[in-house]
Write a protein that binds this ligand. Structure first.
Ligand code: IP8
Length: 250
């Protein structure tokens, strides 16, 4: 049973301060993940390691080598911290950088070499991916969010558990988390789907929900939950319905 877990950059970093990690939170997340590391793919957001340099260099609108290198180098730095913390917590993590295995077309994943990830899982390794810059057949280069990676991987690997951890309790509508969301709810809740706090170039909660609704159309449910609350990651990995379930209408 393949599980895909995303941890948002807002948990692991301070999104307002460039390249500002939260080592205590990274260690806590690593400990929770390391309690059930098998058949799992971990994807993490870029936080202030990716969004701040990307914005400064005008990515994804403006193709520029300096912006690509600085943004990629920054997110791989955060990825290394996550991998080190997972190693310390007793998992067997391996970094996977989307820049080297994903090709975009107009900002959407056109090709993604997932076979090495499947092999890692079969050998009890824990692949650790992240939001990244990627080459784009139409625009030169673009940004592939962790959410888009999750949605694509969940389809390609027919994942049975898909959990997206953020710093809020799910999809919030009129002050409360909704237990479930389908595409039919979008017009009603659209206005309350804010962006994310701090610098964000990939669309915050709205972007996340749209990716997961695409996945729901494919027939795979997912959850959006608060990964900032201790214990919630473990519950999510057990397949418990914490936070908001994103599912197909009807
Ligand atoms: O934090 C964004 O990934 P996300 C990746 O998952 C970059 O949206 C490079 C900004």
């Amino acid at each position: 049973m393949i599980k895909i877990l995303k941890i948002g950059g807002s948990i692991l970093t301070d999104k307002n301060r460039e390249a500002f990690a939260r080592p205590d939170e990274i260690a806590r997340v690593a400990k929770e993940v390391a309690s059930s590391p098998l058949d799992l793919v971990l994807v993490h957001g870029a936080g202030s390691f990716g969004h701040v340099p990307a914005k400064r260099h005008g990515l994804p609108e403006k193709f520029n080598p300096r912006g690509l290198l600085e943004t990629h180098s920054s997110v791989t730095g955060l990825n290394q911290m996550m991998v080190d913390a997972l190693d310390k917590a007793g998992a067997d993590p391996m970094p996977v950088h989307p820049f080297s295995c994903v090709l975009l077309k107009g900002g959407r994943i056109e090709r993604f070499c997932v076979e090495p990830i499947l092999e890692m899982i079969s050998r009890c390794l824990l692949p650790v991916l992240h939001g990244d810059v990627a080459m784009d057949l139409m625009n030169g280069a673009g940004i592939v969010s962790g959410d888009q990676l999750v949605s694509h991987l969940a389809r390609a690997m027919r994942a049975q558990v898909v959990a997206v951890g953020t710093n809020v309790d799910g999809v919030i509508f009129q002050g409360n988390p909704l237990p479930a969301v389908t595409r039919e709810d979008l017009p009603r809740i659209s206005e309350s789907l804010g962006g994310s706090f701090g610098v964000d170039v990939t669309g915050g909660m709205r972007g996340k929900l749209l990716e997961l609704l695409d996945l729901a159309d494919f027939g795979t449910n997912s959850i959006i939950f608060n990964a900032g609350i201790k214990g919630q990651i473990e519950s999510a990995l057990k397949g418990e319905a914490v936070g908001t379930t994103v599912r197909r209408a009807g």
